[in-house]
Write a protein that binds this ligand. Structure first.
Ligand SMILES: [Zn+2]
Ligand SMILES: [Zn+2]
Length: 255
């Protein structure tokens, strides 16, 4: 049986794909990856992705402002975002990043809260970025009570935080980092998470899995991530593919 996987997080509007993104998607389909969910980082990025989606139905866009860009967040952006989400499968990529601090924590919180409200109003799921900010993000999500839930993507917070986000009803995203040796925290999450709560993602263009580490990442590499997760859990990758794709289709059901 042919595997049908989904890349639930790739920045397909990144410069790295500007010249050949349709070919990148062709290679993905050949590798068994049916479509991709592409989160935006800014409203400009959101408009680019919506255009790409109108040209290619393998592109499922999410619309949102990344915490790195929260410094420029303002009321006009909120108005435009509320319009753009009508054509999106999720609100994202939103969240908190206290590692890089490109924007002040208060600005990040303000930007996140406004976008969680948009997700609630439109009953859309959220795609969440979280770096060294688990406690604050958890509190925001607990208060927000979003009807459609969402995913904490590229989860690196360790098993204790994983359990708490799972209790809140969120999915967790695992990237090609799971193929890197020594990342015991990520391996543990990949082993212990209920399979139906796991989503696979490349987070391209970065974080290419082994044996492509350091090169441009592509959605066609999702099978390598599925295989490594299957190996860690002692199941076959067919089972991982089926469960994670069913979850992705359920969460991003609008299109
Ligand atoms: Zn991210
Ligand atoms: Zn991202």
């Amino acid at each position: 049986m042919r595997r049908v996987l989904i890349d639930t997080h790739i920045h397909l509007d990144a410069k790295a794909y500007a010249d050949d993104w349709p070919a990148v998607l062709d290679r993905a389909v050949e590798a068994g990856v049916a479509h991709v969910v592409t989160p935006a980082t800014t409203l400009e990025s959101a408009r680019r992705l919506l255009k790409m989606a109108s040209e290619d139905d393998r592109v499922r866009p999410a619309v949102g402002v990344h915490p790195h860009e929260a410094g420029s967040w303002c009321a006009e952006q909120l108005a435009e975002l509320s319009e753009l989400v009508e054509r999106a499968v999720a609100v994202g990529e939103i969240g908190l990043d206290f590692h890089y601090d490109f924007a002040a924590p208060e600005q990040q919180l303000c930007c996140l809260r406004a976008q969680l409200d948009v997700a609630r109003e439109h009953s859309l799921p959220v795609i969440l970025h979280c770096r060294e900010a688990e406690e604050s993000l958890y509190e925001e999500l607990r208060r927000a009570r979003l009807p459609a839930g969402g995913v904490v993507h590229c989860f690196t917070g360790g098993w204790e935080w994983a359990e708490r986000f799972l209790e809140l009803g969120y999915f967790l995203g695992i990237t090609g980092m799971v193929t890197f040796p020594k990342l015991a925290d990520i391996h543990e999450v990949a082993r212990r998470i209920p399979l139906e709560r796991l989503l696979l993602e490349t987070d391209g263009p970065y974080l290419a899995p082994i044996p492509f580490r350091g090169k441009r990442n592509e959605p066609g590499y999702v099978p390598l991530i599925a295989s490594r997760v299957a190996e860690l859990r002692g199941v076959d990758s067919e089972q991982v593919a089926r469960a994670t794709s069913a979850s992705a289709n359920r969460l991003f059901a609008r299109q």
